[in-house]
Design a protein around this ligand. Structure first.
Ligand code: RIB
Length: 311
């Protein structure tokens, strides 16, 4: 098997994670005692890139960091993960992206604020300049933590190559997507919240998920995969019948980044030539492992820990 090649055009954050006995509120004004704090590397794009690299993909990133201690650490983290840093750029004006995160220690569920900072300085021209990295990939993945025009440019560049490059859009955090972007997205991968926001439909039951996935597919993407947390994933591939991939039952301690573990793994398995449903089944299994440990990238398994899923 040739090594899967993946290019991630997107975000990097430093995650400031507090474990709390319960979320404060409802409403403003309440202070609650947190029980633990962790600082780690995150950002949806970075997480997805790291996950794919840990499984054995050759990964490059097109990202923008602040010229500060978080930016330096993030650049070092990319190198340590074996990720090609040719297109790691720095913004002279903005601070690195950060994400204050609270995790309910009872359920492992989280609430996240993202402050895009330098990520927002990644321009379409800089993305186009990274064409060698994009064209070298089997799969290009984007999220919505950089300017949407820059994600659009990444997919435009990907589609200009003679042999088509698979484009995966993880529309997180949810925002209205331009028509052109949806049409050059091969696989749209929203979670439940993003699906409800983008489709305006409920996703409480599997039947509702199927209806919402079909509604999103009608907007342009060839395939739609909904990530459904403990309910697994719903795969709608082209004209094939929808397929519900169930997740193993686990006791989650921290769900932060599980969706990114899924997307990074999905990209890896697709680039490795696996059929879509099989790729999603393996990605669900890996994402389920990631919720068993505290932290974001710190919870993602390495290749040798999931060897049985890589054959
Ligand atoms: O999906 C989890 C990620 O969302 C965190 O790492 C945080 O940085 C935000 O981007």
């Amino acid at each position: 098997m040739t090594t899967p090649k993946i290019c991630m055009v997107g975000s990097s954050m430093v995650d400031l994670i507090s474990r709390i006995p319960r979320f404060p509120g409802p409403g403003p004004g309440e202070t609650v005692h947190g029980t633990a704090f962790h600082l780690g590397y995150g950002g949806k794009g970075s997480n997805q890139a790291v996950m794919a690299a840990r499984l054995g993909a050759q990964v490059s990133v097109v990202v923008k960091l602040g010229r500060d201690v978080f930016g330096e650490g993030t650049a070092k983290n990319y190198r340590e993960q074996g990720i090609d840093d040719t297109y790691v750029m720095f913004d002279d004006e903005r601070f690195s992206g950060v994400a204050p995160i609270t995790v309910d220690e009872e359920t492992g569920q989280n609430a996240i604020i993202v402050i895009m900072g330098a990520n927002f300085g990644l321009t379409p021209a800089e993305v186009r300049n990274a064409r060698p990295a994009i064209w070298a990939a089997d799969v290009v993945m984007c999220q919505l933590e950089i300017p949407i025009e820059s994600s659009l440019e990444a997919f435009r560049v990907a589609k200009e190559r003679h042999d088509p490059i698979t484009t995966i859009m993880n529309p997180a955090p949810a925002a209205a997507l331009p028509r052109e972007l949806l049409q050059i997205t091969d696989i749209l991968v929203p979670n439940e919240v993003e699906t409800a926001m983008l489709s305006g439909m409920s996703v409480s039951t599997v039947d509702e998920c199927i209806a919402a996935a079909k509604a999103l597919q009608r907007q342009g993407p060839r395939s739609v995969i909904l990530t459904l947390g403990e309910r697994g994933a719903l795969v709608l591939e082209g004209d094939e019948p929808p397929h519900h991939v169930t997740a193993p039952r686990v006791q989650a301690v921290d769900t932060t980044g599980a969706g990114d573990a899924f997307v990074g793994s999905l990209a890896y398995f697709l680039a490795a030539g696996k059929p879509m449903v099989e790729a999603a089944q393996r990605a669900v299994a890996i994402a389920s492992r990631s919720v068993l440990k505290i932290g974001t990238q710190t919870s993602f398994p390495y290749r040798d820990e999931v060897a049985e899923l890589l054959t």
